[in-house]
Design a binder for this molecule. Structure first.
Ligand SMILES: Cc1cc2nc3c(=O)[nH]c(=O)nc-3n(C[C@H](O)[C@H](O)[C@H](O)COP(=O)(O)OP(=O)(O)OC[C@H]3O[C@@H](n4cnc5c(N)ncnc54)[C@H](O)[C@@H]3O)c2cc1C
Length: 379
């Protein structure tokens, strides 16, 4: 540490996207930032996800605006750091009348705030070489969404943040205890003016009683990758089937048609509803297709992947998309914290000078950069 450095100091626990976004916002606001990460590199939800930076899934108002701001930060950071990203946009497909009704009502409710287009099947076909157009009724196209490659992006951000803002990273440094101004780690004691705990699904190590009072649980998601597609073939916009229209909060803005679609899925797709499956596909930097996902809730989750769930996902995918290479090359699961009372994040101060940021659920890649700026601004 530079002895004449007069900047306020901040410790951030966790080098997932929430910790990285918090460190970025603090560094820009003039703090000297140190990140403490338990593992040799981040291996949690932040590298296991689709990499979908996804404003279309956010409700209109503050969340949608936060998602757009986060997306803009991702773009800026990726360009500046030379991190691969694809401004692919998104396509939500409607293959049944109930799905079409949701897309139409959603367009009507949000039309003034969002620049979306409802495409005919032939327009969808022109934009997406993978969407099945036979039996397709329409597709909702949005240009807002971008894709990043999570393992590569989350691995590259620390080096960039060190070079750009002098953020220090202490890897293999589990924080065992935290209190005002002090973190006790497995490698020794560190002091700072402020601390930010961004520990993802670990509710037990730091401030367990604060977490115990929260309506929070964990969610396990099963994911797969189809092997790299031939040559430089790209799939175009990321694709979502009809089940996603009941998954993302934004589509509830469609009103009664969203409720009718939910009821229809309960009758006709009970296994999908029971396993919280909706099906999306995005293409990463290596040309692989990332496919998922399911949602299983509980504090202690089955560590094993259920191949029947993967089968359901692949069956549903084959109903709306067809890829040149279909074979699965990887499967894995990821776990994130989920608030059960509908809140989209939790920001709390269990003791003076410590801020816990958690509970972003399935939206951490989409919302963290914007949320972190808001939190730091409010200090
Ligand atoms: C399969 C899957 C798909 C998803 N898809 C998307 C998507 O496409 N778009 C989107 O917006 N969101 C998506 N999400 C959600 C997103 O990935 C999460 O919201 C986000 O990654 C959470 O980030 P985090 O930093 O809170 O957690 P994590 O990435 O889990 O990071 C927490 C870090 O804290 C460290 N840590 C914990 N406790 C300590 C301690 N005591 N000391 C030191 N270090 C500690 C851990 O080692 C870990 O590295 C998905 C999630 C999953 C699982």
């Amino acid at each position: 540490m530079n002895p004449i450095d007069t900047r306020p100091s901040a410790l951030v626990v966790g080098a997932g996207i929430v910790g990285l976004a918090t460190a970025r916002a603090l560094a820009i606001a003039g703090h000297r930032v140190t990140i403490l990460e338990r593992s040799a590199r981040a291996v949690g939800a932040s590298i296991r996800n689709f990499g979908m930076v996804w404003p279309v899934g956010q409700r209109s108002g503050p969340l949608f605006n936060r998602a757009l701001r986060s997306r803009d930060i991702w773009r800026e950071v990726c360009r500046d750091a030379g991190i691969w990203h694809d401004p692919a946009g998104s396509l939500h497909l409607a293959r049944g009348e109930e799905e079409l009704a949701v897309l139409e009502d959603f367009m009507e409710m949000t039309g003034r705030d969002r620049d979306y287009r409802l495409l005919t099947p032939s327009e969808v076909g022109a934009l997406s070489p993978v969407a099945r157009t036979e039996g397709l009724l329409a597709g909702l196209y949005s240009a807002d969404e971008i894709i990043v490659d999570p393992p590569a992006a989350i691995r590259s951000l620390p080096r960039y943040m060190t070079e750009k803002w002098g953020v220090s990273f202490h890897w293999e440094t589990p924080v065992l205890e935290a209190d005002t101004g002090v973190a006790i780690t497995a490698q020794g004691v560190l002091r700072a003016d402020r601390m930010f705990v961004c520990s993802g699904p670990d509710f037990e190590t730091l401030f367990p009683s604060a977490f115990a009072e929260l309506p929070i649980t964990r969610c396990k998601l099963q994911m797969m990758r189809l092997g790299a597609q031939p040559d430089d073939w790209r799939m175009g916009p990321s694709l979502c089937g009809g089940l996603s229209l009941t998954h993302y909060g934004s589509f509830s803005e469609a009103g009664p048609s969203a409720e009718r679609l939910r009821e229809m899925f309960q009758v006709h797709y009970p296994q999908y509803v029971a396993w919280g499956i909706h099906v999306m596909a995005a293409q990463n930097a290596s040309g692989e297709i990332v496919v998922g996902d399911s949602h299983e809730y509980g504090h202690t989750l089955d560590p094993f992947d259920n191949w029947m769930v993967n089968r359901l996902i692949l069956d549903y995918l084959s109903g709306f998309a067809r890829f040149p290479r279909q074979e699965v090359s990887h499967s894995w699961n990821g776990i994130y914290p989920k608030l059960t009372d509908g809140r989209t994040e939790v920001v709390l101060s269990p003791v003076e000078g410590v801020t816990v940021i958690n509970g972003l659920g399935g939206n951490g890649m989409t919302l963290s950069f914007g949320l972190a700026e808001e939190v730091v601004r409010s200090l």
